[in-house]
Design a protein around this ligand. Sequence first.
Ligand code: NI
Length: 388
Amino acid sequence: MPVKNRFAELLPEITAWRRDFHEHPELLYDVHRTAGRVADLLREFGCDEVVEGIGQTGVIGVIKGKTNTRDRTIGLRADMDALPIIEQTGLDYASKTPGKMHACGHDGHTAMLLGAAKYLAETRNFDGTAVVIFQPAEEGGAGGEAMIKDGIVDRWGIDEFYGMHNMPGIPVGSFAIKPGPMMAAADQFDITVTGKGGHAAKPHECIDTTLTAAQIIVALQSIVSRNIDPLKNAVVSVCTVATDSTAHNVIPQVVKLKGTARSLDPAVRAQLEEGIKRVATNMATAMGARADVQYDRGYPVTMNNDAATEWAADVARSIAGDIDMDMQPMMGGEDFSYMLNERPGAYIWVGNGDTAMVHHPAYNFNDDAIPAGSSWYAGMVEARLPAA
Ligand code: NI
């Protein structure tokens, strides 16, 4: 397969970009160095249009095929941001900025899409337009949504979106994908429990916020186990408990809880939101206290279109042979979901081999995955826009 051969040749170059990004991680929207480097390379490749500053610090590159008889445009997306983690890989190209690390492999995604852009600009063996999309702030900042809000769909007439994430545990060079939900809706909630603080030796003169918060934490677990259909998927996790007191003998006036709620379908998501509010406020009332619940909807479900999943799987099989179509969705969130909510498309996992899990301080993107990843990106354009 010609795509593969070219990417084997480009591997040292793409690997050098990847390691440069790895050495210089940037967080959220503050990806100025990375975005600048991406834009410079896209211009060097001869892209027809390179636009910076989309969704604050995102970059768009446009590559026109040899012909455009059907006026079709395929969008390929990669994320550029790193994580606030202290790197423990000991690599000679480890992060030069303590406390920032490419621990999710977005350095690899960016490099693989740059490789595909270079190849597509060289060959242009397709009928239509390829738009390469480099987004900021995937890790909690909704950079994908910011690029959608900046109008990328209409401005470049994007008809389909394809995105990729590396995944430890899947063999290098292989892929996994499924139709329907790939990643979860990721919401967060804040519960403020207010009672009556006081001396711990006089509980009868207080309204115990700590005990109320504990009852709420336990009762919240009944939402998934008792309210949600056992054949559906949901997570409710309370992750932070904080009070204004550090004493052994003071019942605090206020206790704050923070947590996350994950789901794979809109009805379950609504049930989680309703359930968390209902359980927290009523449990507090039962204890004579008050709970105020703030529920914030985050990234929506990453939903693969059925037909696009087949097209994506066909391209993956042409590179890797047999691939995993029987995988389970993950309850993590992914803001490529905002693009898939606008147009049909698909999100695929590319194998990172037997490495530490993403978001772990010893994780590293596997450069051996580059030929497969770049081939898939470029292959999606050639498959969906076959040369006239
Ligand atoms: Ni990631």
